[in-house]
Design a protein around this ligand. Sequence first.
Ligand code: ADP
Ligand code: MG
Ligand code: MG
Length: 954
Amino acid sequence: MAKYAYSFGGGTAEGRTGMKELLGGKGANLAEMAHIGLPVPPGFTITTEVCIHFMRAGGKYPADLTRQVRRALARVETLMGRKFGDPREPLLFSVRSGARKSMPGMMETVLNIGLTSKTIDGLAASMGNNARLAWDAYRRLITMYSDVVMEKAAGLEPPEGKGIRSRLEHAMDALKKKRRVKLDTQLTADDLKTLCMTYRKLVKKVLRKPFPDDPMEQLWGGIGAVFQSWNGKRAVTYRNIEGIPHDWGTAVNVQAMVFGNSGNDSATGVAFTRDPATGEHQYFYGEYLLNAQGEDVVAGIRTPQEISKQGSRDWARNQNIAEKTRRELYPSLEETMPRVFRQLDGIRRKLERHYRDMQDIEFTIERGTLYMLQTRTGKRTAAAHVKIAVDMAEEGLIDEREAVLRVPPGALDQLLHPVFDAASEKKAELLTRGLPASPGAATGQVVFNADAAEAWASEGRTVILARIETSPEDIGGMNAARGILTARGGMTSHAAVVARGMGKCCVAGAGEVVIDYASHSMTVGGRKLKRGDWISLNGSTGALYAGRIATHDPQLTGPFGTIMDLADKYRRLGVRTNADTPHDAEVAVRFGAEGIGLTRTEHMFFEGDRIISFRRLILVAETVKTLRDELKAAGDNPEAAKKVRKKLAAPLKQYNRALAELLPLQQKDFEGIFRALKGRPCTIRLLDPPLHEFLPHDDAGQKEMSRQMDVPVKEIKALVEKLHEFNPMLGHRGCRLGITYPEVTAMQARAIIQAALKVKGARPEIMVPLIGHVRELSLQKDVILETIEDIRKKRRLKKLPFKVLIGTMIEIPRAAVTADEVAEVAEFFSFGTNDLTQMGCGFSRDDAGKFLGDYVRLGIYEKDPFQVLDRGGVGKLVDMATRLGRRTRPTLKVGICGEHGGEPASVEFCHMVGLDYVSCSPYRVPIARLAAAQAAIRDKAAKKPARRRPKRRK
Ligand code: ADP
Ligand code: MG
Ligand code: MG
């Protein structure tokens, strides 16, 4: 018989932390905490298998579940000394969702299950005659249960503001107004009782069903609703964004309730064992609320207080609150309950030692007794990732390798992006300060709802999403926004947690900001801002500014530098960059690039007047070619030859003049790049795109060209027409241009070599693009070698003072398949995996958008093969070509220069098949370095030494 319910509590548990697949993260860790002796209210976890069964069987449970739940429930009753549904000393339960990976706020939880007309008085009596507590709990039960079970799980989708939850909240607001109080805690027991009666009536009226008054009915209603919430709209959206599989399912945790709302010796809170924004751990970082239940902290209903005194002081300073006010109104837990604080601080240390990672915890204090309700590995910003990994390695909690493995390479992106320029920030108009909820800097146009954020962003605008507070429904808009601003909520509010997870700049709880959704505007300190106005956020300080602020590149020292040094220590794979300008090359070198893996030369043809020269060349290129062929055909007929030569003279002059104009300009470009590289190698790709890309396609442009070239517009149009190709990607481009027009190849080779002769330490590598046949390469190589020979002779050099490698890009499957032949001529390979994917999979890079999404959704390809290298197909070509090539030429240098070179999973693959280096855009260089180190460490750990290249080559 399969086991469906796992018990925990009372110092033991049937589950462990390793059983997340079955018990979900929450359940597995509740079990683990019980195991290591932490005070966890007892309960049991219903497995994810039941969820999967439930979904497949259309809402039915496995046969034995009821019996197993009954038994587990009885065990809790024994441990708690209370009975579920008992009128005198009733036991209440929370029913909590919990998937394998945490999905904060995405799924449902219902508290206080088991409160009925028969048990309310008993609860009050058994909790020290606390009627207020009982009615407060009942009010919460009705709110959560009617929303989660009776509305959402029943598939009802009322329009915004018409849902049962907001109607109930309305009723509560009305009552508060009537009683002239501001806070929930100021309502009396009688108030709450009246409110509960109103609630029950409202539920019946709106949902046309009475609120269930039977504990078991409530329990099973809650369990079913949690399972259903797995397929709720926002949960599905969240999984799509985070790449979490839809077939995992959630577990359900049924746990004895403890009451943080039983008076002023009670509280509830969330905390982190280290600061999730910065990684610091100088004090205990977290927030709590007196006399409240858990949901209140996250919901941002009241402003939570800091746990530690130091944290509380920092917070007050940030909020401009005087110390005296702070002590009276917002004291820390350290001050209000010093004994419990010390106990909690001890648990913090114990958890870190046990899990060897930063934990995110939930706790509740019931009349002075501390209970742990959750622990999980805490989400954190990239900065915190790096700092915590480095610190923990220094503290000896983890070793160096583990530290390298701890930082997700993709997260580094956040650290590499610009921060505000300090001087510009000082001058900017500060509107107010909120909480520094997620670091970074953002400038954008403000919008006030998630849909607008998505719409505007899709039009290419940068937006900042401002909300009073965010809720899980806003997830799409938050994802689209550059930064997030909220008027309400603390450091653990929904906005803050989600923004940190997304690595997005966020200022939360900026209390002075008054947002009016109706008029799409906000006011702050008497200043009004409309939708579309520019604002700037500093997520590291909490500052909100009007207008735009200049940004600059981040600092790469400190813990970041340490992690990068460690990465370099462990990686075998070299990391180069794709850069076309000296500036890009400099940035990349600062980020640790060991050279350039791809310089595209075509961009250089567009700068300034060069395009004019190049267009002159294109204008006559074909004529030159045709006449030359005629000349050859004329052979020993001097008469005919003379005639052709005469026709050829003018176009040839223009052709050669254009080349002569381009040569010094190209040479200058290369000199700049060589200089920026300071002795590092540089792979330069010869001209690649089809010629028509260099011609104007609109009337205005063609007219201008006609003026510049002094030829009729008609002729230009005819040329554009003639160069038009049906399938330019497979047309006259790449080495095919150099084969037809060898002088272009010669000019580029000359520019490269002459530049290298000018810059000390230059290490040029000339790359011929788009070959499919070794003969294409050898023809081009001949042209390059002749050019080199010519330069050498003219300069009377015995040999060049540097080595020139001549190699090719492998981007056509035929080249990969015949790599052994290609390597006879090529001294290096560089896989152009963008084109290799296009041609290998047969997906047009420009048109695949129409169907690739479906392909991924249907699981035909697990990931978009243009983003993540398709190991099974394109990867096989890479692997095979590498082996074949090295068989012919053992010293063959092999790298990759497609988009994949900066994508962690693809980098890992490149390590596994023994490439020498990957090359990626400058900002991805650190990511590639770290990904390469992780691949090497994992590889070693799997006891498979790197396949071919034991030593790293640059
Ligand atoms: P989430 O995954 O959204 O955080 P949880 O299942 O953790 O949802 O529950 C929501 C809130 O209810 C949390 O603050 C939690 O601490 C509180 N809570 C859950 N179970 C109990 C319980 N048995 N007693 C008291 N509070 C609880
Ligand atoms: Mg929780
Ligand atoms: Mg290409």
